[in-house]
Every structure is written in structure tokens, then in C-alpha cells.
Ligand binder design. Sequence first.
Ligand code: ZN
Ligand code: ZN
Ligand code: ZN
Ligand code: ZN
Length: 225
Amino acid sequence: MTRSKQSRGDCVFCGREMTKGGLSRHLKTCPQRQEAISKAQAGKKQRLYHLQIQDAWSSAFWLHVEMNGNAALSDLDYYLREIWLECCGHFSQFSVGGWSGDEIPMSRKIDHLFEPGVELTHIYDFGTSSETLVKAVDVREGRPLTRYPVYLMARNKMPEAACAECGKPAGWLCVECLIEEGEWTTLCEKHAEEHPHDDYGEPIPLVNSPRLGMCGYEGPADPPY
Ligand SMILES: [Zn+2]
Ligand SMILES: [Zn+2]
Ligand SMILES: [Zn+2]
Ligand SMILES: [Zn+2]
């Protein structure tokens, strides 16, 4: 896959565009975030965790979220499935230490698990597996910014793709090229229509997820709330 350029995303509080690492630092001091925190009324006071989430194999895909300490790992599993992963209801698990590490029950509370520096691995689908790293980078005490367990603070912008035929911006991916040739062939609308491959259906729209093209995943890669 041709996704090497450092991806960037916007801080939801102030709109500044930065890299994943830049946001990790910025979110600690963003004045607009501090203002939102000072007005937060959404729920009970608790420990709130700034989690940096990234695809284990492609650094282009990442999220910064704030998660309620009172919530459970199952809430994070649900969030990851909705925004990135869900194709056909596969099993998933969290562990410390990757594939060989001990599985952590989905019922485990976030604040019994995380402290800054702790990193978990999430695996979705034990066949064509997606692997996600979840690292706690900060913690605060206070009220959440939402009535949901997870608040999205930033995510990578859709990786840019060029049409394999003409070089213009691409919005489509050929699944047959991927499965039969192992080639990541992205296409503009015109060339998607003209592309001769349809053994796996017409080319599918590119979406902002590291699972695109794996198993039956086709998006939509939208946050659940
Ligand atoms: Zn900001
Ligand atoms: Zn599947
Ligand atoms: Zn084209
Ligand atoms: Zn093709």
C-alpha cells in the first residue's frame, strides 16, 4: 500500500491541523479544549483518559479520543468496530502484549486498566485480522464532554490516493486487483467505470479505515455517535 506520507488531522476544539504526534502534545494544552472542559456538564465526575489509537500496520490511520474511566473495554470495542472495523461480526479481543499476550475481559473498566504509558492491542477477526494499538497518553479528573463513553478529539484525514490510470484524485478501489494480484489499485470515477475487473463486484469507494479491502469491509468508517 502506498501510504507513507505522514497523515494529518484537525483538532476538533480549535480546528488546527497537525500530525498524530503533534496532536498528542497539542491536546494537553489546547485553549479551546480547556474551555470546553471547564464547561463540561455531561456526566459524573470521573477519571478521563486521553487514548491515542492507531492501526498497527499503517501509521496513516489514527484517532485521538477521550474515554470515560467508568466505561468498559466493550465500549471501546464497539467504537473501534463502528469507526474502522466491522464487516461481518467477527470475534475481537484486547490484550497486553499483542497476539501472545493475556486476553483482558471486555467487562474490564477503563480506569482499572489504563494509566499514561499503558498500551493495549485490539485484534478484530482472527482470520483476516485487523490489529489496533491503544495507548493512554494522558488522564484528567472531571466531567466528560459527552454523554457517550467515547469522545472523538481528532482523526487522520482520508489518505490521498491517485488514479492508477490518469493520476487524478482517486475515490475507488478495485477489489479484484487486490485479491488476485495483491495490488492496491485506486481509480478516479471515470476509470473506475472503465476498469475491466468485476469478479468481486465493481470498484468500491475509498473510506477512511485501515480495514478497507480486508475480508468484506466496505465502510462507512463513520463514528457511531
Ligand atoms: Zn486545539
Ligand atoms: Zn468479515
Ligand atoms: Zn483516472
Ligand atoms: Zn482491477
